[in-house]
Design a protein around this ligand. Structure first.
Ligand code: PLP
Length: 623
């Protein structure tokens, strides 16, 4: 039960019940739990088969409340005279239901939206029906973008386009000269403080977005020149996602506030500070330093920011700004998970063939055979090296034609038995060398899971991000096999190669044996941020089924929305293959096969039927 650390990363949203199944609840203090295995069984009965993405909107509500309450408490504790408003940057998850739920649940906390592109802006403009809802626009802005923002400002929306580079300011000034409209502007600054972790490049002098300090001064001069400095109301920075150390947050705030004070002194009326995203989450349940976890709590994060902003404003005798943050990962990561099944396992266990024992009194095969009974705690590292050497010699002999195929097969069986024993002793004794550590993934069984890493877990492939993965049932049983989870694509990168371990990420995880015909379900958790829309169609595995669940009582839930996954027909359309044309070409070939006598009429009808039916199937493995 402790193996997968669900009580740590699950934050009370996920836990294990008395049946050994994962259950889900809307908040750690919520009275109702949903048994995930039971839910999957019921989805199967509804013919919603794996893989399936499950969205718990109740969790989104709790995340917004947690974030807002943390800042509101800090505001109260520090007698801060501004307010805090959370923004949801929709790039993190643009799904309609996510955006509408954010707005619905975030209303009482004044939640707004952030848009980073024209397409996102169109969503945001239409969905924010309350004029008070704050909107922040990041990303590069062309003339059309600027006009849309200008008109939205004119109609009374609380919209802040953020100047990301100096040229954008000129576009806004040109627009003003033509129309007389100037929205309230924000300015993104480039800090010399760099983030930490996988997204560190977002911050620092060489970062893609923001104005360097000399450009900030130039922008202020230019606005003054046009008599428009009053429009500059917001300062923004973002040093990268998943900031793992609080020290960096503190440095970034201090550096920003020094700029803030000077910009106010130069005459701008800055009443908003947008601290961007970066608030991290714990993906691996450990307290150890890593990219997957953070060394601070939400309370500490909010407290430090509010305290420092107030302190620097007070020191300099200026009013405190209202605070905005764009904490997308924090808000969305926990709300969705994917469940997949395991159609097959492969392993390098002894395959049960009866091999002839080596007869010769010497030679690498015989030597290898002799190692097996002698391995002990005292000599296992030496045995490892000897076995590697004998294997290499045996392979040379095989290539030169001096070893028969059964001899080679026998040698390999013995070799892997030795490796298993070596690995076992190394785990028992805790004595490891890098080469023996590498054995772990070589020895583990391969669990073929019914999903595509590229479609459903793109950051695992692209940036080696670790996500919590574990079976969702049988958690009262001791798992007995070391496994790695691979996907269905025929790409050797389609492998999950990092798992939660006792003290840090491991290359494999403990899983259960599966008897013939058993269903084994694996959950991949915390995929609500970035994964749902970054995914792509590698091998033409399309969108999975997605269900939206509302928790209503113990094991009582309502399916609020069900979006069927892509059919093969749909994914073929994405790559411009037309069903009619493919059917036509296939029919021609089948007719030819009938004419040539390779198929009879019955077989030809059967093949054509199968082919036609294929277009309407799920792109994933169907049982
Ligand atoms: N704001 C901006 C400008 C971003 O680029 C990002 C993403 O990196 C975010 C907010 C969201 O960050 P996070 O998901 O870490 O909260």
């Amino acid at each position: 039960r402790e193996l997968y650390k669900v009580d740590q990363w699950g934050l009370g949203y996920f836990s294990i019940n008395e049946h050994g199944n994962i259950c889900v609840q809307a908040a750690s203090d919520s009275p109702h739990k949903i048994d995930l295995k039971k839910l999957i069984d019921e989805l199967n009965k509804r013919k919603i088969h794996m893989p399936v993405l499950i969205r718990f909107m109740d969790i989104l509500r709790d995340r917004i409340a947690q974030l807002s309450n943390a800042f509101n408490h800090a505001i109260e504790d520090n007698e801060y005279e501004g307010k805090y408003l959370p923004l949801f940057p929709i790039k993190v998850n643009q799904e309609r239901d996510v955006v509408t739920s954010m707005l619905e649940h975030g209303k009482e906390f004044g939640l707004g939206l952030e848009a980073g592109s024209k397409a996102e802006l169109l969503i945001v403009l239409a969905m924010t029906t309350d004029l008070k809802t704050p909107i922040v626009c990041n990303g590069y802005k062309d003339r059309e973008f600027v006009s849309l923002v200008g008109m939205a400002h004119q109609m009374g929306k609380t919209i802040f386009p953020v100047i990301e580079n100096y040229e954008e300011l000129e576009t806004f000034i040109a627009y003003y000269k033509e129309t007389g409209i100037m929205p309230r502007l924000g300015l993104r600054i480039k800090l010399s403080t760099r983030g930490v972790g996988k997204w560190a490049k977002t911050g620092g002098d060489a970062s893609k977005f923001g104005l360097r300090v000399p450009e900030v001064l130039r922008a202020i001069e230019r606005l003054k020149e046009e008599n428009l400095l009053h429009a500059l109301n917001l300062l923004h920075f973002h040093i990268g996602s998943q900031v793992t150390k609080i020290k960096v947050v503190k440095q970034a705030i201090v550096e920003t506030m020094r700029v803030f004070v000077e910009v106010v002194r130069l005459g701008a009326k800055l009443d908003y500070l947008d601290i961007g995203g970066g608030l991290g989450v714990d993906y691996d349940g450990s307290s150890r330093e890593s990219h997957s976890t953070i060394n601070y709590s939400l309370r500490e994060y909010a407290g430090d920011i509010v305290y420092r902003v107030k302190q620097i404003c007070q020191e300099n005798g200026i009013p405190v700004p209202n605070l905005l943050s764009e904490s997308g990962r924090f808000l969305a990561a926990h709300y969705s998970l994917m469940v997949t099944n395991v159609p097959a396992i492969s392993s390098i266990r002894p395959c049960g063939l009866d091999f002839p024992k080596p007869e010769k009194g010497y030679g690498p095969v015989k030597e290898m055979f002799d190692i097996l009974p002698t391995i002990s705690k005292d000599n296992f590292s030496e045995c490892y090296h000897d076995a590697v050497q004998y294997r290499s010699e045996a392979l040379s002999l095989f290539n030169l034609g001096y070893l028969t195929l059964p001899e080679r097969a026998y040698m390999e069986e013995v070799y892997w038995q030795i490796m298993r024993r070596v690995h076992e002793i190394s785990r028992q004794t805790g004595i490891q060398t890098p080469e023996i550590e590498d054995l772990e993934s070589e020895l583990s069984d391969t669990y073929f899971a019914n999903f595509s890493l590229f479609q459903s877990l793109p950051d695992s492939w692209a940036i080696d991000q670790l996500f919590p993965i574990m079976p969702i049932h049988r958690l009262n049983e001791e798992p007995d096999r070391l496994g790695t989870v691979v996907d269905l694509t025929c790409d050797s990168d389609g492998v999950i190669d990092q798992y939660i371990g006792e003290d840090g990420p491991r290359p494999s995880m403990m899983l259960h044996s599966i008897n013939n015909g058993d269903h084994y379900y694996i959950g991949i958790f915390m995929i609500g941020a970035y994964q749902e829309t970054l995914g792509e169609l590698h091998n033409l595995f399309g969108d999975t089924h997605a269900v939206q669940i509302r928790i209503q009582g113990d094991n009582q839930y309502k399916i609020e929305n069900l979006i069927k996954g892509d059919t093969i027909h749909q994914v073929l359309n994405y790559v411009s293959f037309n069903r009619g044309e493919l059917l036509h070409k296939m029919r021609d070939q089948i007719e030819q096969a009938v004419d040539d006598g390779r198929l009879d009429l019955e077989e030809s009808a059967k093949l054509m039927g199968l082919y036609e039916e294929g277009f309407y199937g799920y792109t994933y493995f169907e049982e």
